[in-house]
Design a protein around this ligand. Sequence first.
Ligand SMILES: NC(=O)N[C@@H](CC(=O)O)C(=O)O
Length: 429
Amino acid sequence: MKLLLKNGRVINPADGMDAVKDILITEGKIAAIGEALSADGAECFDAAGLVVAPGFVDMHTHLREPGLEAKEDIVSGTNAAAAGGFTTIACMPNTKPVVDNAILVAGLTQRAQAEGIVNLKVIGALSKGQEGKELAEIGDMILAGAVAISDDGRYVDSARLLKTALEYTGMFGKPIISHAEDESLVSDGYMHEGAVSAMLGMKGRPAVAEDIAVARDILLAEYVGAPIHIAHVSTKGAVELIRQAKKRGVKVTTEVTPHHLSLTDEAVIGFDTATKVNPPLRSQDHVLALVEAVKDGTIDAIATDHAPHAYEEKDMEYRYAPSGFAGLETALGVILTALYHTGQLSLMEIVRLMAYNPARILGLDAGVIRIGGAADLTIFDPDLDWVVDSNKFYTKGKHTPFEGKKLKGKAVATIVGGKIVMKNGKVIR
Ligand SMILES: NC(=O)N[C@@H](CC(=O)O)C(=O)O
C-alpha cells in the first residue's frame, strides 16, 4: 500500500518546515518527503492548496465508554475525531465505572484497537471512583499504558491526596491533569460569575475559584518536583500564575479549549444549554488574556474537552442540564476562524498547539512528520467556508454553542497509519 501526497504545504513544527512538498507513504510509514516524488502503483492525493500537518492530538476527550454509551462510544467518538482532523485522542476516565484500574485501561485500549478509527490513549483516574478519597492504582495503570492521570470533571479537594499522587506520577514522568476549580466556590453555580450572571439572576462560578485551585496545584507540583497539567484553563488569573510558575521552572503545562478562546458569557443570554460547560464561558477580559497567553507560549496546547451528552439530557432547564458539549468536529474551524483569520496566530503556531505540543506533554511518539514515523497526518483547507450543522456530526453529542455559525477552515482528510480514514468530511471505515 502506497500513498503519495502531492504538492501540499507541509507544516511541521518539529523542524520548522513550512514548504510545498510531496510526501510518500509506504506500509503506514512516511517513506520520503521531497519534491516531484513519484512511486509506481501509489494512490495519488492532490494536496495542492492544502496544508499537510502532523496528525492532531486531542489530549482531552470524553469518550464515555465504558458505561455511558448513550452519550458516546468508541465508534462514534473516534469517527468524530477523524472528521475533525484528529489522529490521536486521549480519553478521560469519568466513565461508569470510572477508569481507575489497570484492567479497565487495558480493556479500553484493546477495544479501541478493534473499534477505533484513530489512535486512542487512555487517561487513568487519580482517585478510586474519582471520589477524591483514596488513590487509584496509578502505577499499575501507567504500566498498562495510561498516558496521564486525572480526576477530570472534579477537583481533587485534598491537597494531601494530590501531593501523594504527584509523588507517584513523578516517578513515572507522567503528568497529572487537574480540573482546577475550587469546589466550595462553584458547587452551586451554572455559569461565570459576573455582570451577565447578575443580569440573568443565575448563580455563578467565580473566576477566583480557578485561580485558587491553580495556585495550590502549582505550589504542590513545585514542592514535589513532578509535572502537572492544568486542564481547560479559562481565567486571566490562572494564566498569570502559570506564566510566573514557568519562569521559576515549575513543571507546569496547560491547555485551552476553542470555546474559551472564542466565546464569552454573553453566549449564555437566551439560556441555550449548549453554552453550559465547566469551567464556564468567561467574560471578555478573560478571553483576551487567554489569547495573549496562547500567543506568548504560556498556554501549551489547544484541547477540545469534547464532552458529549445525550440530546434529552441537555434538552432541559439551564440549571439542570449537564455541563459540556461536543467539540471534536468544530475545534479546527473555530481556531482558524478566531485566531488565524484574525491574524493572531500563524498556521505553524496552530499546528504546534494542536499536534506537536500535546504529543510532547503526553510523551507520545506523535505530532511530528518524520521519515520512518507513523503516517498520521491531518490535511486541512484553511480557507474552506462552512456552516456548523450538528445534524451532520458523527458524535452522538448534538449540542454545540457554535450551531449555525459560519466558520472558515476545515480538515479535508485525516490519515492514520497511512490509511485515509476521512476524506471531504466523510469517515471511511
Ligand atoms: N467539561 C464539562 O463541562 N463536562 C465534563 C466534565 C467536567 O469537566 O465537568 C463532562 O464529562 O461532561
